[in-house]
Design a protein around this ligand. Structure first.
Ligand SMILES: NCc1[nH]cc(CCC(=O)O)c1CC(=O)O
Length: 314
């Protein structure tokens, strides 16, 4: 192959998004050493609405599509060849004209608990204030500790840590994956086991998209795919699709390999106020991962009424 066009890697501009884009660039060069030549790869900061509006809950301003829309638009316009996404933020249905040729090996899937006064959720003082913009984290913590007050809390990792140190909240939660990628894992007070806080669908996984038909970029990106992660995250997204997943419903879903040929999927839904937690799991062969998670979604969907879903009114 002797084409020499520049491959533009689009990303959001936050420190975490930039770290992820650099990881993709490094992996592309490791897989295709000719890409190390000057001018072959370029990282482009595509501003997203989600990064610009910081004072309202994510669930009120249009959900996770915000984080990906501008990257999708830039790709469809032909401004970038490759886009780097946190799979947690990618809509369950990928746009026509865009493909997902690779998921990188999954990072730590757990949520981090960050608190200056307690080592665990159980040790938080009566009536403690926990800051999170995530309905999933807020509802799961309320399910465990109904006395806790959950307040909306956004911003990047650095600004959330500052608010914690200023005493605006008693505790907050972040993805371990993000802290690890920023080299800030030591900021976590504890990692919450999935039995205590089931992660979001796609948490810890980076997805790389290309324009459908851009066979050169697709071939470069496909070499980075980690099949185990792809199988698990695809299964989780089948579960999410059954539940009409968006930022507006507290949903957790996690699939992992339990042996070379077997998986286990765990899923839950809970009302935003922390009541009515419903959980289920499936175990079976890897080849059935998608069908098993899909079936788990059907089961939970049959049991959760409209009060599990916050309807959009804006
Ligand atoms: N919604 C923002 C977002 N999207 C992905 C991550 C973390 C990295 C990951 O899950 O891969 C975060 C921040 C957080 O939840 O702490």
């Amino acid at each position: 192959m002797t084409t020499h066009r520049t491959i533009r890697i689009g990303t959001r501009g936050s420190p975490l998004a930039m770290a992820q884009a650099h990881e993709v660039r490094d992996r592309l060069i490791a897989a295709h050493p000719d890409l190390a030549e000057p001018g072959r790869l370029e990282i482009i900061d595509v501003k997203t609405t989600g990064d610009k509006i910081l004072d309202r809950p994510l669930s009120e301003i249009g959900g996770k599509a915000l984080f990906t829309k501008e990257l999708d638009d830039a790709m469809l316009r032909g401004d970038i060849e490759i886009a780097v996404h946190s799979m947690k933020d990618v809509e369950t249905n990928i746009l026509d004209g865009i493909v997902l040729p690779a998921l990188l090996p999954r990072e730590d899937v757990r949520d981090a608990f960050m608190c200056l006064t307690a080592k665990s959720i159980a040790e938080l003082k009566e009536g403690a204030v926990v800051g999170t913009a995530s309905l999933r984290r807020g509802a799961q913590i309320k399910a465990r500790r109904p006395d806790i007050q959950v307040v909306n809390f956004r911003g990047n990792v650095q600004s959330r840590l500052r608010k914690l140190h200023e005493g605006q909240v008693d505790a907050t939660m972040l993805a371990m994956a993000g802290l690890n990628r920023l080299g800030m894992a030591e900021k976590a007070t504890a990692a919450l086991e999935p039995t205590e806080m089931l992660p979001a669908v796609g948490q810890g996984a980076i997805g790389i998209t290309c324009r459908a038909g851009d066979s050169e970029s697709i071939a470069l990106v496909e070499a980075l795919n980690h099949q185990e992660t792809y199988t698990c995250v695809t299964a989780e997204r089948a579960f999410l699709r059954r539940l009409d997943g968006s930022c507006r419903t507290p949903i957790g879903g996690w699939c992992r390999f339990t042996g070379p040929d077997t998986i286990r999927f765990d899923g839950l839904v809970v009302r935003p106020d922390g009541t009515g937690l419903l959980e289920t799991f499936r175990e079976g062969p890897v080849s059935e991962a998608h069908a098993l998670a899909d079936d788990a979604g059907k089961e939970l969907k049959a049991h959760c009424g409209p009060e599990y879903f916050i309807m959009s009114t804006e």
